[in-house]
Design a protein around this ligand. Sequence first.
Ligand code: G
Ligand code: G
Ligand code: MN
Ligand code: NA
Length: 257
Amino acid sequence: LDMELALRRALDNNELLLYYQPKVNLHSGEVAGAEALLRWQRPGFGLVYPAEFVPVLEDTGLIVRVGAWIVDAACRQIGAWLRSDVGPVRVAVNVASRQFVEGDLELTVRSALLRHDVPAELLELELTETALMSNTERTISVLSSLKAIGIKVAIDDFGTGYSSLAYLQRFPIDKLKIDIAFVRDITTNPNDAAIAQAIISMAHSLKLRVIAEGVETRAQLEYLRRSRCDEIQGYYFSRPVAPADLAELLASGRGLP
Ligand code: G
Ligand code: G
Ligand code: MN
Ligand code: NA
């Protein structure tokens, strides 16, 4: 309850902020965009990570208001970069199931793009398989409208839910994000490697792009590159960083060695 009250205040007091973790294209070695990740600068507690409070946001329904703030903050950042030396950066935002059902996600996204004068192509939404499956009709309808204006859609934590790729094909999606669970031991566990490779090849057959998350080592990266994975994200290249640090990284032109 304390946490819920504190979170209600957090939004009004500007205590929430977004960090950005770069995604790298495995074919070109260049930064392909970034994922926005929520942080809470909680007075007296320091920087608090989402594992500690996103579940509370979801359980209380606060995620709908906070989620709208996240979309707006991400678009504001995209716009600021776009009109600076940094240039266009595609940013992925995590969206929770309740945002599709209780909030007007389509209006939220459209107004944020308009307000910050940002092309839809620079915004990507990440949603989990579970979110996709929990309110199928409503979710498909919202995603279709957003896709029609140019928004990209990725399925997060892929492989941990219960959807088949054949079923997923019915949804307007562009990309699959292989869950960290299959990446962690990809070079040592043949089962994980087989699952990752199956996801990559089936995704490509369905004309979807594939990104692997949680890449921490050169060996994992090379394995994924040999498996024709399109992008990676993980501590090996960069942790999630503050906006100024991402801008600096982009300005340096740093890519994969
Ligand atoms: O940044 P970190 O690795 O601690 O994130 C942990 C979890 O919190 C991830 O599953 C991530 O999807 C979730 N998360 C982070 N930022 C957001 C956000 O902006 N919205 C939602 N719904 N979840 C988020
Ligand atoms: O939205 P999603 O569940 O994909 O959130 C990504 C989460 O994974 C974030 O909490 C982020 O901090 C975390 N993460 C990103 N890269 C790595 C990594 O290389 N290793 C580990 N263990 N976690 C990572
Ligand atoms: Mn994500
Ligand atoms: Na994920």
